[in-house]
Design a protein. Structure first.
Length: 171
């Protein structure tokens, strides 16, 4: 989980902060799905299940941050079997030490994003309502996934949210 941002780089939560080593607290409803993925070698431990895996391959772990990790890096193409749920909630109560990096913002950067957040805080009284407003924003605006995102400036979050609206995911 990338939740620590210094204004230039997103970093993962250190393992020692991940819920004190506790397993994720998961509640699920609805259907579960059994499936097999074929994963190309990427020399990392990450496995890529759909939504929340309830049954994992041997020698893998669901981390408190909901990342699924193999014991060893994936160095060859391999198949992994999972059972996942798409309707779930996890970690309803997080440790403050885990939340603090996600709530900390670098000073003096991204004034438009800060203003958007202030507007949501004024309009919506609970964290859940603010989160729903953010999710709705991403659904309604024209954001795109690309393998060739444009360069962003000093106010990278503002550039992304209000300008390029193009990005990708990587580890």
């Amino acid at each position: 989980m990338f939740n620590d941002y210094d204004g230039k780089t997103w970093r993962t939560t250190p393992a020692y902060l991940q819920r004190g080593g506790k397993a994720p607290a998961v509640e699920f409803a609805g259907n579960t799905y059994r499936y097999v993925i074929t994963l190309e070698a990427h020399n990392l431990r990450w496995l890529l299940p759909l939504d929340l895996p309830l049954k994992l391959p041997a020698d893998s772990t669901l981390m408190p941050t909901l990342e699924t990790l193999a014991r060893e890096p994936v160095r060859n193409r391999a198949r992994f079997a999972f059972t996942s749920a798409v309707e779930f909630s996890a970690n309803r109560e997080e440790a403050p030490a885990l939340l603090q990096p996600a709530l900390r913002l670098p000073r003096g950067l991204n004034p438009r994003a800060r203003e958007l957040a202030r507007n949501w805080q004024a309009r919506f009284k609970t964290a859940e309502m603010i989160s729903n407003a953010a999710l709705l924003y991403f659904r309604q605006e024209d954001f795109v996934f690309t393998l060739q995102p444009p360069l962003l400036g000093a106010n990278a979050v503002d550039d992304f949210l209000f300008g390029t609206r193009s990005g990708f995911w990587e580890r």
